[in-house]
Design a protein around this ligand. Structure first.
Ligand code: SF4
Length: 336
């Protein structure tokens, strides 16, 4: 006969918790009767802490505990309510609110209004003011000439091409050897590109500049017999020659009036209230009717010299400017 385990050999069952009754089984929540309200319980029992109220505070079952956890999580996930400005204002004491209102409504002091700079706007230039401006510039720069060294129109044309994004001093250091190696348009047109690039390398952008010089001089040889043309239309049709370069050559090599618009002329024409255009060609056309034709070349020199010496881009020297009395200083923030 098989031997029984020790537990099965016990003949007395474990005692019930409540003597004389079967061990109570947990009733499912769905079948449980609703619990009486707290005041009802108190009314029925007549006192706090009785068995009924203790039953109301019993330890929650597993399902109840899970439901409570879900409720707490849902409450935590709810977005935080923002306090409305009106509600926030209601919390500020009335006295403080009144003071803030008074400060906001107070008009600025008279002195502060007087100190505020008036915005300067462009207005069409007055001829009398323009004449006074030109007279002041003429008197201050009587012997203005181009800073580029040249002997022939071709040399000035080549030097002007080299002066793009480069100083005139640097160009003047390069051109003596260049003009000695290539004395005329045919020599330039037949030049070896690599050799030309090495000669002009220090002026920057030397590959593009060598390409322009070769193409331009080849045009001069094939279309104009090796001579630089004398009109703006013919000059601007040469490869790599724009209105600015053409006007430099016309005004300084041929004595034909030409308005050169470079970065200095653009900036000063705007500050002096002569035009409100931004594009160089539009600036040139805007200046033509207000500057006498015979002054076009010199006017460009005056503005270039004045822009370098006094009316610089960053902080102009308005306090020692000879034409300050006739200049509206448009767009000038800080000056010296
Ligand atoms: S007054 Fe000032 S802004 Fe006008 S031209 Fe002279 S330096 Fe330039």
């Amino acid at each position: 006969m098989a031997r029984k385990p020790p537990r099965s050999r016990r003949n007395t069952p474990p005692p019930n918790r409540l003597p004389g009754k079967a061990r109570p089984r947990p009733t499912p929540r769905s079948r449980r009767a609703p619990a009486p309200a707290a005041n009802e319980t108190r009314h029925l029992t007549g006192a706090r802490g009785t068995a009924a109220s203790a039953g109301a505070r019993r330890k929650p079952s597993g399902a109840e505990s899970r439901a409570g956890t879900a409720r707490r999580r849902a409450r935590a996930a709810k977005p935080v309510k923002l306090v409305k400005p009106a509600a926030r204002a209601a919390r500020i004491p009335a006295a403080r609110r009144a003071t803030a209102k008074r400060v906001a409504a107070k008009p600025p002091a008279r002195a502060a209004v007087a100190r505020a700079p008036k915005p300067r706007r462009f207005t069409p230039p007055d001829p009398a003011r323009v004449n006074a401006l030109l007279g002041g510039l003429r008197a201050h720069y009587p012997a203005a000439i181009t800073a580029l060294d040249f002997g022939t129109p071709l040399q000035l044309l080549v030097a002007t091409i080299l002066s793009a994004q480069c100083t005139d001093e640097r160009v003047n250091m390069v051109t003596p050897a260049l003009f000695a190696r290539y004395p005329d348009a045919r020599a330039f047109a037949a030049a070896d590109r690599a050799e030309l690039e090495q000669l002009i390398r220090s002026t920057g952008f030397y590959r593009n500049k060598a390409k322009s010089i070769l193409a331009c001089t080849r045009d001069i040889v094939t279309k104009h017999g090796g001579e630089v043309p004398r009109t703006l239309e013919e000059l601007t049709q040469l490869h790599g020659v724009g209105r600015k370069t053409a006007n430099v050559v016309l005004g300084n090599a041929f004595g034909i009036p030409g308005l050169v618009v470079d970065t200095h002329v653009s900036r000063l024409a705007h500050r002096m209230g002569l035009t409100n255009q931004k594009d160089p060609v539009k600036i040139e056309f805007a200046l033509m009717p207000i500057v006498p034709r015979e002054d076009w070349t010199m006017f460009s020199h005056w503005l270039i010299l004045h822009g370098r010496a006094v009316c610089n881009a960053r902080k102009p020297f308005c306090s020692r400017c000879p034409v300050a009395a006739h200049c509206p200083r448009l767009g000038v923030g800080a000056s010296q």
